[in-house]
Design a protein around this ligand. Structure first.
Ligand code: GLU
Length: 427
C-alpha cells in the first residue's frame, strides 16, 4: 500500500475511531473535512527589488468548541493537505487538552532561512493583509510552528492591529515577552511532553532516574523536552538528531554520559542547526541522522516532523524501548502504530503529548484579554495541571474501552467536539 499523505492519515485515524464510536454518517461528514479553507498568493517585494509571489494557506477545521487555534508553518514542502491534516489534529488537540478552542493551521511555502529579516517581516505582514478579515481573537488565533518565531507573531499582531485600528494582542499567540507574550510559552510544548512522559512512567512503574531517552529534532519542542527530561525527571538524554541546513542532511549528536541540552541550546541557530565544530570540540560524536531511532533507550521522543517513524524505520527500534512520546505532529504512521501495539510499546499520541504549546497559548490569550500577566511559575503550574489531567482522561478511557492510547485520545476528543456541535444544534 502506498504511504498515506498526512491528511489521508488524519482521516484514516478518525474513520477508525468514528466506527468504534458508531458516529452518525452526517457527523463524520462534518468532521472528516475542514469547515473552511483558504488558499492564496502573497506578493512580496524582495531586497533586490524583485517581486516574489508566495503560496499561503489557512485551514479552519472545526470551531464548535471555540475560536480556531493553531500555528502557521513556513516550510518549503508545505501543501494544502499537510495544512489540512495539521488543522484537523489541532481540533483534537484542543479538545483533548480541554481548552475552549477549535482547530486551525496555516502555512506558507517557503524556506525561511532563505529570507532576510526584512523579507520575512514583509511576508508575515502580507499573510495578515490577505487573512485579517477571517482571523481574530473570537474566530481564529494563529501561533508559531515549524519555521516561525515569536518575533514573527509580533509583526503579524502589529499588522492586524493596524488594519483593525485597535491594539489586539489576542489575535496571535506565541508573541515575544513584553510584546503581549506569556511567560513559559517557549518551554511549554517541550515541558508538556515531559509531564506526559512522567505520568506514563508512573503508570508503567518506571524509575525516571534510571531511564534514558533519544530525541529526534532540536527545534523548540525537542530543546525543552531534552531539558525537561534531564532537569525534571533526572534522566539521561543519549542523543538528539537534527537537520543541518548547511549540509542539507541530518546528524545524530551523542555524548558519553549523556548530552547537555543547555550547552547544545547555546550553539544552535534559530532554525535548529547545531554548530558542528563546537559540538565536536565539546566531545560530541556525529552519527547519521537516523541513528537516534535504534538507540538502546527506554524512551523515544520524535519531535521533528510528520511521518518519521514509519513502516521502514520502526523496525530499527530497540527492544528496550517502553515509551514513545510524540513531540511532533503526526510523527508515527499507522504501520508504526501497529508495531507499537504488537510489541507492547506505550505510545503517547501527538495531539495529547504536544498539547502543552497550545494550552499555554490559551493562557496567553486569557492574559491578553485580562491585560494582566502571570508569573512563569503560575503558568507552568497551570500547564502541568492541565496536561496531567488530559493524560489521565486518555489513560482512563484506554483502560475503560480497552483501546490503545491513540484511539483513546481520539475517543475523548471526538466525544467532546461532537457534544459541542450537538449543543450548538449543528448535528
Ligand atoms: N503550533 C503549535 C501546535 O501545533 C501551537 C499552536 C498554538 O499555540 O496555537 O500545537
Amino acid at each position: 500500500m502506498a504511504e498515506l499523505n498526512a491528511f489521508q492519515m488524519a482521516q484514516a485515524q478518525f474513520d477508525r475511531v468514528a466506527k468504534q464510536l458508531k458516529l452518525k454518517p452526517e457527523v463524520c461528514e462534518v468532521l472528516r473535512w475542514p469547515l473552511r479553507e483558504f488558499s492564496f498568493r502573497i506578493p512580496v517585494r524582495m531586497d533586490d527589488g524583485s517581486l516574489r509571489v508566495f503560496q499561503g494557506y489557512r485551514v479552519q477545521h472545526n470551531d464548535a468548541r471555540g475560536p480556531n487555534k493553531g500555528g502557521i508553518r513556513f516550510a518549503a514542502n508545505e501543501t494544502f493537505d499537510t495544512v489540512r491534516a495539521l488543522a484537523t489534529w489541532m481540533t483534537w488537540k484542543c479538545a483533548v487538552a480541554d481548552i475552549p478552542l477549535g482547530g486551525g493551521k496555516g502555512g506558507i511555502v517557503v524556506d525561511p532561512a532563505t529570507l532576510s529579516t526584512g523579507e520575512k517581516e514583509r511576508l508575515c505582514r502580507g499573510w495578515v493583509d490577505v487573512m485579517w478579515k477571517n482571523i481574530g481573537p473570537r474566530n481564529d488565533v494563529p501561533a508559531p510552528d515549524v519555521g516561525t518565531t515569536p518575533q514573527m507573531m509580533g509583526w503579524m499582531m502589529d499588522e492586524y492591529s493596524k488594519l483593525t485600528g485597535e491594539y489586539t494582542p489576542g489575535v496571535f499567540t506565541g508573541k515575544p515577552l513584553g510584546g503581549g507574550g506569556s511567560q513559559g510559552r517557549t518551554e511549554a510544548t517541550g515541558y508538556g511532553v515531559i509531564y506526559c512522559v512522567r505520568e506514563a512512567m508512573k503508570h508503567l512503574k518506571m524509575d525516571s532516574k534510571k531511564c534514558s531517552a533519544a530525541i529526534q529534532g532540536f527545534g523548540n519542542v525537542a530543546q525543552y523536552a531534552a531539558i525537561g527530561f534531564v532537569e525534571m525527571l533526572g534522566g539521561k538524554v543519549v542523543c538528539v538528531s537534527c537537520w543541518d541546513r548547511n549540509d542539507k542532511k541530518a546528524y545524530t549528536y551523542s555524548k558519553e554520559g549523556g548530552i547537555d541540552p543547555r550547552f547544545l541550546l547555546s550553539i544552535v541557530d534559530q532554525y535548529g542547526t547545531i554548530d558542528k565544530a563546537k559540538a565536536q570540540k565539546a566531545g560530541y560524536t556525529l552519527e547519521p541522522g537516523d541513528a537516534w531511532i535504534s538507540k538502546d533507550v527506554e524512551v523515544l521522543i520524535p519531535a521533528a516532523l510528520e511521518g518519521q517513524v514509519n513502516a521502514e524505520t520502526v523496525k530499527k527500534i530497540s527492544s528496550k524501548v517502553k515509551i514513545v512520546a510524540e513531540g511532533a505532529n503526526g510523527p508515527c504512521t499507522p504501520e508504526a502504530d501497529e508495531y507499537f501495539q504488537k510489541n507492547g510499546i506505550f505510545d503517547i499520541p501527538d495531539f495529547l503529548c504536544n498539547a502543552g504549546g497550545v494550552t499555554c497559548s490559551y493562557f496567553e490569550s486569557v492574559q491578553n484579554d485580562m491585560n494582566f500577566y502571570w508569573t512563569k511559575e503560575e503558568v507552568l503550574e497551570k500547564l502541568d495541571t492541565k496536561m496531567t489531567s488530559a493524560f489521565h482522561a486518555v489513560l482512563d478511557m484506554s483502560k475503560k474501552e480497552k483501546v490503545y492510547m491513540r484511539d483513546a485520545a481520539y475517543m475523548v476528543a471526538i466525544d467532546r467536539v461532537v457534544k459541542a456541535m450537538e449543543l450548538r444544534g449543528w448535528v
